[in-house]
Design a protein around this ligand. Structure first.
Ligand code: PLP
Length: 479
């Protein structure tokens, strides 16, 4: 239990005194440190009773007078937070983990407590510049040339939306409904969702089959583009996968870049999951060609292990974002003309915005890129190790070998197929997760339900993976 005195504010003004601020920070600090230190011993997921709690909290009215802070922290740390997937813990191997490096939380506290305005450059030049530095670092990691730029969004989905809007504006007339976009049957649904938000009918998004390694069939893509042109459509946007969510598959980005150059199409690379593996030698080899893309999405809240809420859109030519977003008003200050200075409201959808730059900048400055590189290399090794161990387990079929840090597998049984086999595998995943040391998720590949392990938390190391493999062996024995 925390030892700090309670900080209570019922009936006080909204302005806290210095002692009150300290008391509140002390109380919160103790709870946070206790929570983070206990992450490894917390269940990998525990949502039993969470629905009832959610209903109870939802029905509570806003109090007219304040509630003691201790009561509120108890509710959060003792009741609400434990009843969730432990997405910050080492056993979280489901969907796409990230972890949430602590330095980013500290950065958020600093940005929110100082509350500087970073929508326009003039309001906080050095802070805006610090975010621009982050973008320059990210462009360097991807290998984009001088003149590239971008901005930090709330996540991959919003970053993708802006990429499509920018591409639409560059490549299509104002009446753009003949415009067609190309994804693979493995592409994340964020792309078709963003296309729909950008005004395209769902059928304008063409899904191209992938090969046996879940990489887009570039030959079929070329055929479909030709057929669409023939039919009077206006192909303009190709999304290449730099790590799919299902299996971590990486498309042949070099071949896609050649095709897009030939056909004068916008090449977008979705590196929301996989992009930061570019920090490793293996990742750079797997994703060769990504630096030729017109736009790239990276998700620092995945591959840089940041807390949720930070995506990045990078573009080859920074001016395309300005052309898509610039919208002045008399009450705004003069915008920057120096190419080194950016007004983020001119190149992105938001005017008022959180100071996302600091939550990326601080951990990179504090730990150095090397720490992230080593962690990412370790994740690649762990996924290979998981595949090796799974291969030895009787009845287990590896459906997708790791190309990055995802391995997909399933249990097969002679005479069992279709829905019956899918049911067996759904039961298997439930058994594994019920042990609460790891939490994994499933997906469907070519109609077959498969289990997938995605190693991407900086807190996941070999001992936890071994525990998970033990649980998989034990669950297989019960299946
Ligand atoms: C490959 C890929 N693209 C896009 C997204 C969407 O990103 P976000 O969840 O940050 O909006 C995800 C999310 O998991 C993803 O894995």
């Amino acid at each position: 239990m925390p030892s700090s005195p309670p900080a209570d504010f019922a009936g006080t003004s909204l302005e806290l005194s210095a002692p009150q601020m300290r008391a509140l920070l002390d109380a919160v600090r103790d709870r946070i440190v206790e929570h983070v230190a206990s992450l490894p011993s917390q269940p990998a997921a525990d949502v039993e009773g969470a629905a009832a709690l959610a209903r109870e909290l939802f029905e509570a009215e806003a109090p007219e007078a304040g509630i003691p802070s201790g009561e509120i922290l108890d509710l959060l740390f003792d009741r609400a937070i434990p009843k969730s997937f432990n997405t910050a813990g080492p056993g979280y191997l489901a969907y796409i983990p990230g972890g949430g490096v602590f330095a980013s939380a500290v950065a958020d506290l600093i940005s929110d407590a100082t509350n500087r305005y970073v929508g326009v450059w003039q309001a906080a030049p050095a802070l805006v510049q610090l975010e621009t530095n982050v973008i320059r670092w990210l462009c360097g990691i991807v290998g984009l040339p001088a003149g590239s730029g971008g901005y930090l969004a709330t996540g991959g989905s919003l970053a993708t939306f802006t990429a499509i809007v920018a591409a639409r504006r560059e490549k299509l007339p104002a009446d753009f409904l003949k415009g067609t976009l190309y994804v693979s049957d493995q592409t994340h649904h964020a792309i078709s969702k963003a296309a729909s938000l950008a005004g395209f009918p769902p059928e304008n998004v063409r899904s191209i089959p992938s090969d046996g390694r879940f990489r887009v069939r570039v030959d079929l893509l070329a055929e479909r583009i030709a057929a669409d042109r023939e039919a009077g459509f206006a192909p303009f946007f190709v999304c290449g996968n730099a790590g799919t969510t299902n299996t971590g598959a990486v498309d042949d980005l070099g071949a896609l870049a050649d095709l897009c150059a030939r056909e004068r199409l916008w090449l977008h690379a979705d590196g929301a999951y996989g992009g930061f593996f570019l920090l490793t030698a293996r990742g750079r080899e797997t994703m060769a060609g990504i630096g030729r893309a017109d736009s790239v999405v990276l998700d620092p809240h995945k591959g840089l292990f940041l807390p949720y809420g930070t995506g990045a859109l990078l573009v080859r030519d920074a001016q395309v974002l300005r052309r898509a977003h610039a919208a002045g008003a008399d009450y705004l200050p003069h915008m920057q003309e120096d190419p080194g200075f950016v007004d983020y409201c001119e190149i992105s959808p938001e005017l008022s915005r959180a100071f996302r730059g600091l939550r990326v900048w601080l951990p990179l400055k504090l730990h150095g890129l090397g720490a992230f590189r080593r962690n990412l290399d370790e994740k690649l090794d762990l996924a290979l190790h998981a595949a090796e161990e799974l291969r030895k387990m009787p009845g287990v079929e590896i459906v997708a070998e790791p190309q990055l840090s995802v391995v997909a597998f399933r249990l097969v049984r002679p005479g069992l197929d279709g829905e019956a086999l899918n049911r067996l595998n759904r039961d298997l995943i439930a058994r594994i997760n019920a042990r609460q040391r790891i939490h994994i998720s499933g997906t469907v590949l070519d109609g077959a339900f498969v289990l997938r392990i995605c190693v991407l938390s900086f807190r996941t190391h070999l001992p936890r993976l071994e525990e998970g493999l033990e649980d998989i062996r034990a669950s297989l024995a019960e299946s």
